[in-house]
Every structure is written in C-alpha cells, then in structure tokens.
Design a protein around this ligand. Structure first.
Ligand code: PGA
Length: 252
C-alpha cells in the first residue's frame, strides 16, 4: 500500500516569528503520534526560510520542501536556486510546475519536466503539479491538459518516473474555496494512474498522487478515502496548525 503524503505549500507567506510558532505547533500536534508509518508530512516553505526550517525540523517527522527548483546546475541564472543548494538545507521535496509558476512565470511543460529532472538527479523528490483551468474544464479538456502536462515529465524522466510525486491541482479550486468533489478528483487521478501505468507499471504502483485545491479539515476525509488519492498538497489550510493537523489526521 502506498503511504499517504500531506504536504503544506506555504506559498509566499510567513515570517521568522510566524514560522517558528507554526512549526512548533505542528510538531507538538504530531508528538507521540506513530502515524508516520502510514502518513508522511512535509512543509514546502519560501526559500528564504529554508535555513530556519532546517534548524526547526532536523530530527523531526516533518520533511522540508522547496516551492521551486532551478533546471540548471549552477552559473549565471540570477535569482535561481539549484538542487545542490537545496540539498544543503536538507530539502527532501521540491514542488515543480505549480500552476502559479506556470501562470505568472511562464513555465512551460518542458521547463517543468527539466526541473523535475534536476531534482531527481540530486535525490530530491519533485512534487509535479498538473491541473486544468476553469475554461479548460468547461471546454471538456481536463484529461487532455493533465495528460499533456504529465507526458512532458514522463518523456524527460522515463527511466526514473517512479520516483516522482504527482499532484493534481485543478486551477479553479486553488485558493478559491471550491474543491473538486471526491468523484471529480478520483476520475482525474485514475486517468493519471493509467498514464503512469502505460509508462511503467512500477511507477503506477508507487507514485503518490496528491490532490490540491482548497483541501481542508472538512473535505479531507472524503477526498483521501478515494483509491487513487494518496495525500494532499495544502495551501491556505497549511498556515494554521490546527487545520493542517486535522488534514494529517484525516489521512490515517
Ligand atoms: P489551496 O492551495 O489549498 O490554498 O487551494 C493549494 C496549492 O496551491 O497548492
């Protein structure tokens, strides 16, 4: 059975003081909990705070993640952060291809695939995000869009595709309070699982497919009960310890 993964995506939120409070509250909530056998927990924080979070999380059950990663190894790429640098801060996961990066930073399917490749080469697990916009869903293009996005990643990383984490995040559900119903999410997850299977039966078995988009304490139980939903990528609800902990509890 695949282990569940609940990953917080803090986006561009936090401060040294707030991060410490949030982290300590989550750690306190998880203390004495042996759920780490079945559920892994991660927080993907702004890069500026990786050093702080490394100190707060070392030795804990919470893994550290970044929200992006450069596709390049090193050199004249102002503002970028390489996989090797992230490794030095104990980063275990890197979100790649989040819809906000695709939308506001022009990231293409190919660039996302190359970022996944850079992460894998450094032993960082990429959390590859795919998802359709509202217009694409209404035009009946959901399957076509997510399959195109995943195909680019498989094309570039075929030999180690079983090492990624995938996140289905319908763009219309992100930060809007509109969640895909469990049936809608499961339908897309099973399409993605089948696509992975065609690439590699091992990958289909192993890859955790997370759901993201207004997942919260109230809807997490029914989403996480779906057979192809292996966890959540949590935005807004990851900024409040109680909400995040309820979602972790729902994954058990
Ligand atoms: P949300 O964000 O939970 O606030 O909708 C999820 C995400 O963007 O990863």
């Amino acid at each position: 059975m695949r282990k569940k993964l609940i990953a917080g995506n803090w986006k561009m939120n936090g401060s040294l003081a707030d991060n410490e409070l949030l982290c300590k509250a989550i750690l306190a909530g998880l203390a004495g909990d042996d759920g780490s056998q079945t559920t892994a927990v991660a927080v993907c924080t702004p890069s500026a705070y990786l050093s702080q979070l490394k100190n707060l999380l070392t030795g804990s059950k919470i893994s550290l993640g970044s929200q992006d990663i450069s596709s390049h190894d090193k050199g004249a790429f102002t503002g970028e952060i390489s996989a090797a640098m992230l490794k030095e801060f104990g980063v275990r996961y890197a979100i790649v291809g989040h819809s906000e990066r695709r939308q506001y930073h022009g990231e293409t399917d190919t660039l996302v695939a190359l970022k996944a490749k850079a992460a894998l080469a450094a032993g960082i697990t990429p959390i590859v995000c795919v998802g359709e916009s509202l217009a694409e869903r209404e035009a009946g293009k959901t399957e076509e869009v997510v399959k195109r996005q995943l195909a680019a990643v498989i094309h570039e990383n075929g030999h180690c595709i079983s090492e990624i984490v995938l996140a289905y995040e319908p763009v219309w559900a992100i930060g809007t309070g509109k969640t895909a119903t469990p049936e809608m999410a499961q339908a897309v997850h099973s399409v993605l699982r089948a696509q992975l299977h065609a690439a590699s039966p091992v990958a289909a078995e192993r890859v955790q497919i997370l759901y993201g988009g207004s997942m919260n304490a109230a809807n997490a139980v029914s989403l996480l009960a779906c057979s192809d939903i292996d966890g959540g990528l949590i935005g807004g609800a990851a900024l409040k310890a109680a909400d995040f902990l309820s979602i972790v509890a729902a994954a058990k």
